[in-house]
Design a protein around this ligand. Structure first.
Ligand code: PRP
Ligand code: URA
Length: 209
């Protein structure tokens, strides 16, 4: 079974409190999500394999370690996943970015696909599927299924806030996937919103409503 990692670094938790706050304006919300994404990227890349390397310093030769192995791919689920991409790219600027456009039908809560554009070598990359909100898990599961259908085998899921229902849904459908979250909230309300949550992540990021 994939693991669930709660990124409980004090800076992440502090910033998440402001992100949740209904008084936080769009500009600050966007900046805070970007900052938390960078901090979470530090956690999610912790197990990247290293290889020995030698570097010539101005003084002598140094035995160092550098990243080896498969390159990264970031897969934000549109729209709200976009808010976390730049923050992660600050730490892994060579990662390629693929986009999966899904919106949740407000009546059925089922994900509806409207856009897909992936790197040509996506199957060879270690992927991080990114969505701030893991509510029913329908969107994350649809994105992961789509990637698996295209031959991708190595992925992690990164979210800001997850509902227990969403975690269970991903674990049932994709038991091998590790999930990284900043918080696990209490439950979903009748409209499929995470409680206490932060409201609609896409609307708050882009100032729409
Ligand atoms: C939100 C959120 C997730 C999805 C989570 O997207 O960004 O993608 O809902 O819900 P789920 O786990 O129940 O699928 P939304 O449909 O509001 O689209 P948006 O990002 O374009 O605002
Ligand atoms: N999508 C959001 O943006 N927020 C929620 O609470 C649930 C789904």
């Amino acid at each position: 079974m994939g693991k669930v990692f709660i990124c409980d670094h004090p800076l992440i938790q502090h910033k998440l409190a402001y992100i949740r706050d209904e008084k936080t304006i769009t500009k600050d919300f966007r900046e805070l999500v970007d900052e938390v994404a960078t901090l979470m990227a530090y956690e999610i890349t912790r197990d990247i394999p290293l290889t020995d390397a030698q570097v010539t310093t101005p003084v002598t030769t140094a035995n160092c370690r550098m990243i080896s192995g498969r390159m990264l791919g970031l897969i934000p689920i549109l729209r709200a996943g976009l808010g976390m991409v730049d923050g992660i790219l600050k730490l892994v600027p060579a990662a390629k970015v693929g986009h999966i456009g899904l919106y949740r039908d407000p009546e059925t809560l089922q994900p509806v696909e409207y856009y897909v554009k992936l790197p040509t070598d996506v199957q060879e990359r270690e992927l991080i599927v990114i969505d701030p909100m893991l509510a029913t898990g329908g969107s994350a599961n649809a994105a992961i299924e789509l990637l698996k259908r295209r031959g991708c085998s190595s992925m992690k899921l990164m979210c800001l806030i997850a509902a227990p229902e969403g975690i269970k849904a991903v674990q049932n459908a994709h038991p091998e996937i590790d999930i990284y979250v900043a918080a696990i909230d209490d439950f979903l309300n009748d409209h499929g919103y995470i409680v206490p949550g932060l409201g609609d992540a896409g609307d708050r990021l882009f100032g729409t409503k």
